[in-house]
Design a binder for this molecule. Structure first.
Ligand SMILES: Nc1nc2c(ncn2[C@@H]2O[C@H](COP(=O)(O)OP(=O)(O)O)[C@@H](O)[C@H]2O)c(=O)[nH]1
Ligand SMILES: [Mg+2]
Length: 233
């Protein structure tokens, strides 16, 4: 009876499947997970924003075997997870599906995450200004971002907004995204209060800006560790 309860509580946590699969992958072998402080980062944003491509570049830069990034992505159903080993602890990256039908699953990650990376397709948001432009997916992007910020479980969690696809000629540049979308969301009623935040330009496809993004997250989760302590494993 006690055993059944334990399994159920592990499964109810979104962070449980990896633990279960790691153990299942190596039966009889000593636990491969070393001990240390572990921080979780979730990658959010509309489908097609570039979350999985960004995740692939992060893995290529930070995993010890530097795998080639798989840039031919397919829509993410479920989640892709990786754990980076950094000098100050483990950084676990959760790349979750961004399709409308999957967005309701995001909130199960909020309470346990230490940072949120919200990725925007800068070539699919009209002119990037919510005051004047309702075309592209700008409005959808605004609503989704507000929804994330408004959730009480994301309160105070550092937020990095990545203006992705900056390699494309038809992209909206980062200053316009800051002024036209991000600033307005932050100044609005649905900003969810004070938090550390930053907007950075990247190209997940070419890898430009990916390192800066990870470094920002690293520094901010450390600063915020009194409010959101790491999980010791
Ligand atoms: N030009 C360009 N295309 C990108 C970039 N990042 C992602 N893409 C493309 O956008 C599409 C969706 O990317 P994906 O990572 O699967 O998005 P996800 O749904 O957010 O995980 C793919 O065709 C990618 O090659 C980028 O920085 N520049
Ligand atoms: Mg994806």
């Amino acid at each position: 009876m006690r055993r059944v309860k334990k399994v159920r509580s592990l499964v109810s946590s979104p962070f449980a499947p990896l633990k279960l699969s790691l153990r299942a992958a190596a039966p009889g072998v000593a636990d491969p997970i070393p001990t240390g402080a572990e921080y979780s980062v979730i990658l959010l944003g509309l489908d097609n924003a570039g979350k999985t491509t960004f995740h692939e570049q992060v893995k290529s830069l930070y995993l010890s075997d530097h795998p080639d990034p798989k840039l031919k992505t397919v829509p993410t159903v479920g989640q892709n997870v990786s754990t980076l080993t950094l000098p100050d602890g483990y950084l676990k990256i959760w790349d979750v599906g961004g399709q409308l039908s999957l967005r309701s699953l995001w909130q199960s990650y909020y309470a346990s995450c230490h940072a949120i990376v919200f990725i925007i397709d800068s070539s699919d948001i009209g002119d990037g200004n919510i005051d004047y432009d309702q075309s592209g997916r700008l409005e959808e992007c605004r609503l989704v971002l507000e929804d994330v910020l408004q959730n009480s479980e994301t309160e105070g969690v550092p937020l990095l907004i990545l203006a992705n696809k900056q390699d494309r000629e038809d992209c909206v540049e980062v200053v316009r995204i800051k002024e036209g979308l991000v600033k307005r969301v932050f100044e609005g009623e649905k900003s969810g209060g004070i938090r550390d935040s930053r907007v950075l330009p990247i190209s997940a496809l070419t890898g430009t800006g990916v390192k800066e993004a990870v470094e920002w997250v690293r520094s901010r989760i450390k600063w915020n560790k009194e409010s959101r302590p790491p999980v010791m494993r």
